[in-house]
Design a protein around this ligand. Sequence first.
Ligand code: HEM
Length: 405
Amino acid sequence: MAYLDWIDKRLPASEFVQKHVTGYPTPKNLNYLWNFGSLLGTFFVIQVLTGVWLAMYYKPDTALAFDSVQHIMRDVNYGWLMRYLHAIGATGIFFSMYIHMARGLYYGSFKSPRELLWWIGLLIFLAFMAEAFMGYLLPWGQMSFWGATVITNLFSTVPLYGPELTVWIRGDFAIGDATLTRFYSFHTTIFPFAIIGLLVIMHLSALHRVGSNNPDGIEYDKKGPAMVPFSPYFITKDAWFIALALTVFFYFIFFWPDAFIEPVNNEPANPLKTPLHIVPEWYFLSFYAILRSIPDKLGGAIAMGGSIFILFLLPYIDRSAVKSTRYRPIKKILIWVFFIDFILLGYVGMNAPDATSFVGLKMANLGVILTIIYFLFFALLPVLPYLEKPKLPTDRELPKGDQLA
Ligand code: HEM
């Protein structure tokens, strides 16, 4: 094709597509958990497009913000659709991100040579947490205001400079106009386009340097029979999965949009009236429970920060030579305890500390036990190689030319 030749002489377009799409070697045994990466990319595009559109109507001013969102919902053509896509899209991102991370944890995708890929992923996770936190302030509802008050208050626990730091972050003594305008600025510019955008590009570059892991956790020969080209095999599987996931997503958009929207946030922010229970969005609940499990504010903040920071250490903590949990009998039990523990922490975070939980304990006490189990998982990982005997795949033939990692 003459046009393509003209472009290729000036820009490596065909070479790029051949290297990263049509000729990119992908292990053929990937299961559906490997489709969440492309789903995350799709959700990210939805967030950017609907976000740019919302920014055309939204007013970042404490006197106007709440009403401008109501105006989008009621008067602007398809404004309700754009807002729901954006607000529920955040749930889509975090849901997919948790599955994507759990997949990495289960199949040992954080181990060599994918440490950097994992760390960049964790930075994306942190950046999205900040992005979602700032975005949540923008509708200027009761939970926006009080959620931001509680979380920015955490900085006051920093020794020596805590109170000054909190005022510096808020831009005022309390959450107010200065906070709203700076959160709006970060949320719509540097975070999505520079920080997250750049990290996602780095994430994909690192992925294409080392290649995908797979459910067996075995480093297959890139030119061996265990591989197929990404296109047409996985591009079609990704497309089918994205269509399926978006069907579920649109079910919520059209039939159950308030499933993920806190009712209290439909009331305008009122600094003089504290809501009975201040609860963050569902995707922060587990970490919120860890924060609350320690009565001391600084201790809680350290435990919460530590619960995320420890994920960065995984490549060094999990020292087994076998990547996939599929072949590790003890880690298999521990990892399921860990996943259930994380979900139960979410349940504790959702309820008031003095409420009684379904096991009869007060939420606060259950939170302490679950927090201990959370950290115990990471404490046990280094000793596991001494305790467990991995069961490697002896029952079926591995493709010729493939070696165990
Ligand atoms: C917007 C956020 C993200 C996007 C768009 C994204 C995108 C992708 C894509 C397209 C893949 C390849 C397909 C797949 O394996 O699913 C991938 C793989 C991977 N991602 Fe992400 N990702 C994101 C967040 C994260 C986070 C938060 C982590 C973990 C902390 C992470 C860790 C990984 C790892 C370890 C792999 C390699 C998995 C393997 O080959 O087994 N990613 N990512």
